[in-house]
Structure formats: structure tokens, C-alpha cells
Ligand binder design. Structure first.
Ligand code: FES
Length: 264
């Protein structure tokens, strides 16, 4: 264990998590944002710590919930050569972090219409020939804040296995940190997005129950009920919502039906 890791291990944590309110006894710690030192409460996420330090996010912040991929951040700990990666809205600050945000990384995105494609992997190879520049260094996987096996899905794409690539990359939030580290200059996340689109459009079987439900909606089956709801006041709608029949939280799939089945 390096000295920094040891120091972090021995430092008592007052609290972790995405909290803006300081618990009793919480202290401030030094972090470095774009090279300048700031004292911030140790309980904050990087995003909130930066706001605490006076930064205002015009870019690099979106959902604040770890989903949109707008806040990728690179950091290093004092005394440690290693680069670390995280989402600013999810990662809690630690003492002596050197932080820089990468809200956008320029990566090649191919032009295509999904309607003009098919389930053939050669199309992905033609649109993203740089996939074959991969040298399997695995820096992409190490940089992923979502723990996606990026090298795994790149290998699957090279082998023409779209389903495997789509499944492995399912948690990708398109933050671009993988591309920022790639010595082959591959836009991994764009290629994976195309794989998921092709998988959903051409490989997964169509959901027949969804098709039937859309046809019922388009055929006007729910028009009267929706019209009634539209005519209700806010209070009536709230009452209806509170009194609705709820599915039990732990009902076995397919085992529950509401008493009133006329809208199923
Ligand atoms: S702001 Fe959306 S992932 Fe962080």
C-alpha cells in the first residue's frame, strides 16, 4: 500500500455520501481544483465541493444522479502518480485530491440512419474502422466510472458479436473518459451505442404484448378514460392517485392483477 493509501485509510471519515448538510463534527479538507487549493467540507461530492468553493457549473453537470454522464472528472492524490476517474456528482471528495473536469472530449461519431442498417456487424466495422486500432491496453476499462468492461465490448465488436457488446456496455453513460485514455483513438462509447441501437432494432425479438397495447391505444380503447382524467381538477386527481390500488412491493412477477380489470 502506498503512503497516500495508508494516509487515507488512517484518516477518520465523519460521513460519506452526497450530503450538503454538515453533520456535527464534520471538518473541512484541502482539495485542488484546476491547480488551486480550496478548503471544502469533507462530506461533499466533488460537484458540491466545487460549488462550495465558488465554481458555477455552466457545463459539466446534468442529472446530478450518476446517469447523464456530463460530469466526468480526472483526479490524482498528492504523492501518488496514479490517475483516478469518477463522476463529480457521485464521488465524495478526499483530502489532497487534484481535480480536473472533462465535461466534453472530442471523439469521432459516425453519421448513420438506424433505419438503413441491419444486424450485420460489418456495418459497425465500416463506420468505426478505428476499432481495429485497439492494442488491448485496457486503459479504457480502468477509466470507466461505471465499471463497464470497455475492452470486453470492444473485443466483442471486433469479433462481430453485437449482442455481447450491447449487453456488456449496457451501463455506459457516454461520459467519454474511455475515449480520452485510448491510444488507438477509438470512440468506444459511440461504437457501443450503435451496437445497442442495432441490437434493439434488429436482433432482439419484438415484444408482442407491447405491439398489442400500442394498437389498443391507437384504436381509441382508452380515450374515454383519459378524457375523464383530463377533465378532473388537481384535487380530484390527487385523491384518485392516493386511493389507487397498488401492486404489492414484493408481488411475484405475473401473480398480481388489480380488482378492476377493465383497463388491462
Ligand atoms: S451530473 Fe449526470 S452523471 Fe453526474
Amino acid at each position: 500500500m502506498c503512503e497516500t493509501d495508508q494516509k487515507q485509510k488512517n484518516t477518520p471519515r465523519v460521513a460519506t455520501g452526497d450530503r450538503a448538510i454538515l453533520p456535527e463534527g464534520a471538518k473541512t479538507i484541502p482539495v485542488y481544483i484546476m491547480g488551486k487549493q480550496y478548503e471544502v467540507p469533507e462530506t461533499l461530492t466533488i460537484m458540491k465541493a466545487m460549488e462550495f468553493a465558488g465554481f458555477k457549473f455552466l457545463r459539466g453537470a446534468g442529472c446530478r444522479g450518476g446517469i447523464c454522464g456530463a460530469c466526468p472528472t480526472v483526479y490524482r492524490m498528492a504523492g501518488d502518480y496514479k490517475l483516478h476517474f469518477g463522476l463529480a456528482c457521485q464521488t465524495v471528495v478526499e483530502a489532497d485530491m487534484y481535480l480536473a473536469q472533462i465535461p466534453f472530449f472530442p471523439a469521432n461519431r459516425a453519421n448513420y440512419s438506424i433505419e438503413d442498417m441491419s444486424g450485420q456487424p460489418e456495418l459497425i466495422h465500416a463506420l468505426y474502422p478505428e476499432l481495429f486500432r485497439c492494442v488491448a491496453c485496457n486503459q479504457c476499462t480502468k477509466a470507466c466510472p461505471m465499471d463497464v468492461d470497455v475492452l470486453g465490448y470492444i473485443s466483442a465488436l471486433k469479433q462481430g458479436n453485437i449482442e455481447k457488446a450491447a449487453r456488456i456496455s449496457f451501463d455506459c453513460i457516454q461520459c467519454g473518459l474511455c475515449a480520452s485514455r485510448c491510444m488507438g483513438e477509438i470512440p468506444q462509447y459511440h461504437a457501443a451505442q450503435l451496437a445497442r441501437r442495432i441490437y434493439g432494432r434488429y436482433i432482439l425479438p419484438n415484444a408482442e404484448h407491447l405491439k398489442a397495447r400500442v394498437e389498443a391505444i391507437e384504436g381509441g380503447r382508452y380515450d374515454t378514460m383519459l378524457g375523464d382524467l383530463e377533465g378532473m381538477s388537481k384535487e380530484e386527481l390527487e385523491k384518485r392517485y392516493v386511493e389507487r390500488e397498488r401492486e404489492p412491493d414484493f408481488a411475484e412477477v405475473g401473480s398480481w392483477q388489480p380488482k378492476d380489470t377493465q383497463h388491462l
